[in-house]
Ligand binder design. Structure first.
Ligand code: ZN
Length: 267
């Protein structure tokens, strides 16, 4: 059974924090809380091959809505020791702007994306401004272009992306939100991406306030908890605590490249 390495690359953050209501449905709009972090993920296979998961927000766009870039996601991949132009595979967990913003930085990659998500972002649901909020026209057009260039492989629910890397759908945040289960030295770690933004969604079932279907999102929290052998095998997509809970790849990468395939730090 192949055992892979798994990193989170923290490429951005939200410096001004959020209101509690921006972080949970029914939250307190008068209380300010720590802002979200933004990650892409990097799998280094047992063969030493990099597989990039998501491509992050486009810096110019995100700065307009208060996100601060720390590094260009492709530069994060470079820091971890891999040339983005040599990356052959990029998995897209869902099509929101902060996960598909720099697709062109991986010019030689084949993309792997949920068929359900692609059908959703090119279908009737996108005819309303509220349901298409969060998706970028430029990014979706680029993804459709990959289909016509033979650079897109579609994933189904409960699919094997590569040996030791499985995808499954956790609907609710978006229609086709994918999570990835990666076999690592500490067990199968689930990159929940935005099926779970924050640890509190799992711990107290506080629903994140951005969703396609809140009921489905809550059921997805439960499906995820039932699947993971231990809570620490689930990694949320935007919690600033991820960086504090896991060791850095090396001291110089503190706060930027985090090892999710290592045991959580004590305390
Ligand atoms: Zn996101």
């Amino acid at each position: 059974m192949p055992i892979h390495e798994l990193y989170a690359i923290r490429y951005g953050y939200h410096p001004d924090g959020h209101t509690d209501a921006e972080m949970a449905f029914g939250g307190d709009p008068t209380v300010r809380v720590e802002g979200m972090d933004f990650f892409i993920w990097l799998i280094v296979t047992d063969q030493g091959k990099p597989i990039v998961v998501d491509t992050g927000f486009f810096p110019g766009l995100a700065e307009r809505i208060g996100h601060a870039p720390l590094i260009n996601p492709a530069d994060g991949v470079r820091m971890a020791g891999f040339d983005p132009a040599a990356v052959q595979d990029v998995i897209i967990t869902h099509a929101h702007y902060d996960h598909t913003g720099n697709l062109g930085d991986f010019p030689n990659a084949r993309f792997h994306m949920g068929a359900t998500e692609m059908a959703s972002v090119t279908g009737p649901l996108m005819t309303h401004p509220a349901t298409r909020a969060g998706f970028g026209k430029r990014d979706v057009k680029t993804l459709v272009g990959f289909v016509y260039e033979d650079r897109m492989r579609f994933l189904d629910d409960e699919d094997e992306v590569f040996p030791g890397i499985r995808s499954f759908i956790l609907p609710g945040h978006t229609t086709g939100q994918l999570a990835l289960e990666v076999d690592t030295a500490r067990g199968p770690v689930i990159v929940a991406s935005d099926a779970v933004h924050l640890y509190s969604e799992l711990e107290t079932e506080r629903p994140f306030p951005v969703f396609h279907d809140m009921g489905a999102m809550i059921m997805s929290y439960r499906k995820l908890k039932a699947r993971a052998a231990r809570p620490d095998l689930i990694v949320p997509g935007h919690d600033a605590d991820v960086t504090r809970r896991y060791p850095a790849l090396a001291p110089e990468f503190e706060g930027k490249i985090i090892r999710l395939d290592r045991a959580p730090l004590a305390g």
